[in-house]
Design a protein around this ligand. Structure first.
Ligand code: PLP
Length: 397
């Protein structure tokens, strides 16, 4: 019999990581695969941030740090919230972790009891569902419509809340859709939450800086619910620091302490060097991010321009992040040149990997089985080539 726990058996492997693995296998065999399956900036971490890490090493800053982060960094995060989001937090409300991913897991494990319902705005980021499962909660996907750029409405939320609802979870800007909630929409969601005082929200703002519409609104800005909102953010996307592993959350002091307690038993504080790098990143402001955003915007427009001529792709215009998420169900039921049938988006993404040598992720993993996610965080010429190939391969179906 397998020694593995029921908890583990119930868990899915991260679909994006699985796709990246297949992609690497093909590359190792010599195929010229263009990998658009990863949610990773292709930019280097800015030099001033790397310099701070080198300095930390030279300073011998190599010891354990406090579990919720070094005091200067927690203060700098409070300063950032004030500067960018008009949110007033004290350092004891900030928990620094090994990435937004850990911050999300800390919050879910701190709040969710077995049987609690977690309303997950769908399409959602792959790990939300699995985190809820780990906490033995029940995830309740709430699906936005294509016409509304997949954004869940306040009316939908109102209808989905039950006595068992503990938490709602969403990302804005959204991975995978690129949708951004505006002030009016979040205000309406806050008004629904205000009527249901047992409901908390986990707002994932990791793509905050990668925003093409300008205004980023935090749910915590609405005073009637701010005490019940946990805001998650990090350095991976805005500062191109995926490998450093640095993220954070801000919450009411009792919730922040709970997250610290969980983290203290699992990982302790994140890497000391990384925290010094993060401190430099925040002190440097967001100029480096703003430069990257211009590139992401150019690439989004480049890709949308090709994709609009692909028959059967229905692609909302992303307002942020670095993905496109076309609805592709027009291809379901078609026959590939080898005689096989494309039943679903998993078949279609496999076909594109094998025929176009372009790797993307099937929408199933995001709760949207009729869609496919392509990352647009790649060099312009690679993107043009990738979507040229995708278009040619789809024409054979
Ligand atoms: N949240 C969303 C929506 C993401 O897309 C990602 C990374 O892909 C994360 C969180 C995790 O970020 P981090 O690298 O900070 O753990």
């Amino acid at each position: 019999a397998s020694p593995l726990s029921d908890r583990l058996k119930a868990m899915n492997e991260s679909a994006t990581i699985a796709m990246a693995k297949k992609c690497r296998e093909l590359i190792a065999k010599g195929f010229d695969v263009i990998n658009l399956s990863f949610g990773e900036p292709d930019f280097q971490t800015p030099q001033y941030i790397k310099d701070a890490a080198k300095q930390a090493l030279d300073d011998g800053f190599t010891f354990y740090t406090p579990v919720p982060g070094i005091p200067e960094l927690r203060q700098a995060i409070c300063d950032k919230f004030k500067r960018d989001n008009e949110l007033e937090y004290l350092p004891n409300q900030i928990v620094v972790s090994t990435g937004a991913k850990q911050s999300l897991a800390n919050a879910v494990l701190s709040l969710v009891n077995p049987g609690d319902e977690v309303i997950v705005f769908s399409p959602y980021w792959v790990s939300y569902e699995e985190m809820v499962k780990l906490a033995e909660g029940t995830s309740v996907p709430l699906v936005g419509t294509l016409e509304n750029e997949y954004k869940v409405t306040a009316a939908q939320l109102e209808a989905a809340i039950t006595e068992r609802t503990k938490l709602i979870m969403y990302s804005s800007p959204c991975n995978p859709t690129g949708a951004v909630f505006n002030r009016q929409e979040l205000g309406e969601i806050a008004a629904v939450m205000a009527r249901h005082p047992h409901v908390y929200a986990l707002a994932d703002e990791i793509y905050e800086y990668i925003n093409f519409v300008g205004e980023h609104v935090s749910l915590a800005q609405f005073p009637e619910v701010s005490e019940r909102v946990i805001t998650v953010n990090g350095f991976s996307k805005g500062y191109a620091m995926t490998g450093w592993r640095l993220g954070y959350l801000a919450a009411r002091p009792d919730i922040a302490s709970a997250c610290e307690k969980i983290q203290s038993q699992i990982t302790s504080g994140t890497c000391s060097i990384t925290q010094r790098a993060g401190l430099a990143a925040l002190r440097g402001g967001r100029a480096s991010a703003d430069e990257m955003v211009e590139a992401y915007r150019r690439r989004r427009d480049l890709v949308l321009d090709i994709v609009k001529d692909i028959p059967g792709f229905k692609t909302p215009t992303p307002s942020g992040a670095f993905y496109i998420f076309p609805e592709v169900s027009a291809y379901f039921g078609r026959t590939a040149p080898d005689g096989s049938t494309i039943h679903n988006s998993l078949d279609l993404s496999m076909y594109l990997l094998n025929d176009a040598l372009v790797s993307a992720v099937s929408g199933d993993a995001f709760g949207a089985p009729e869609c496919i996610r392509f990352s647009t965080a790649a060099a312009d010429d690679k993107l043009v080539e990738a979507f040229r190939r995708v278009k040619a391969s789809l024409a054979k179906l």
